[in-house]
Write a protein that binds this ligand. Sequence first.
Ligand SMILES: C[S@@+](CC[C@H](N)C(=O)[O-])C[C@H]1O[C@@H](n2cnc3c(N)ncnc32)[C@H](O)[C@@H]1O
Length: 340
Amino acid sequence: MNGFAAANGISLADARKLAKASPELIDDFVLENASSVCQLVTPDYNNVGQDTQKAIDLSTERPSEIFKVEREGYSDIYLKGGKRILFYRDKIKIIDGVAVSGEPLTTLWDDLLSNNIHNEGGVPFPKGKKPEALLKRCFELATSRNSADIVMDSFCGSGTTAAVAMKMGLRFITVEMGEHAESHAAKRLRAVVSGEDQSGVSRDLKWRGGSGFRYCRLGVPLFNEFGDIDGEVSFPDLAAHIFFAETGAPIPTRAQVGNAYLGKHGEKAVYLLYAQGQAGMPREALGNVLTPDALVALPPPPKGFEGTRVVYAEGSTVSPDRLKAEGVMFKQIPYQIEGV
Ligand SMILES: C[S@@+](CC[C@H](N)C(=O)[O-])C[C@H]1O[C@@H](n2cnc3c(N)ncnc32)[C@H](O)[C@@H]1O
């Protein structure tokens, strides 16, 4: 405090008042002078090495001298009168280019056990649920608050990860294969959104509700083990995937069976010739081949469209020159479907 008073050209009493009124000033002062700010602490004699023990003994015998113990890979230890001089600079870490003070965490976190874990989130999940405080600490270490960071947990369980991410203003993706996706996780997250969930880290974060989430069910995989389109995949689902893979945008409206035109995005109008049939049935008979007749029969793109018509089909019998002249690009399914 004396140094703070001298640096500001004020009395000690005024320096104390100033530090009380504006604690950030003293914080900044300490950070700027971290090599000169120190504190004397009693070392744990039985838990230090022999060199340090000797230096502690010597410094106790000769209290007017300062003793130094050099350590490889660690900061040197300074001792005076049997006490260790702890410099504030050793607490400073540079995080994102900014000097901040902090203690490194140990790898044993025994301070986060929750006695009330079974009540957290309002859903029981014995032997599986993690404490919200544990997830909060992980996110504090690994993400920036209210940032574009996305937390991903593919073992959602009762939804602890998602609940804490939401309360901390982080985006999240979480996946669960069990029925508790609905009965536990979705139920819990709805209570977080409404603000009804005041358990876990809610109070700490002053959570009052808000945010939101989208809950989707995965469909059947597009391809089977042979690399063919799975028989259970519907035309609209295949169309939605192809449109997105081709244009990077969601399909404008759900595709209708029997209508090959899927929609346009930018310079591309996308078509799909595809119908499931019995094994061994000729693909042309199904309408899955881009023949000259099929080309003529394609529904026209919207008026004024001058881009490329991208046609997905199982094969093509139209010559490359004709396709080029018509502004059509043929892509073969399943081989040229991207994004899987
Ligand atoms: C130990 S629990 C996770 C608990 C969670 N951290 C919590 O606090 O509630 C693991 C979860 O992962 C799910 N799971 C396991 N394998 C999966 C997979 N391949 N895809 C999706 N979920 C899976 C299980 O059904 C179970 O609910």
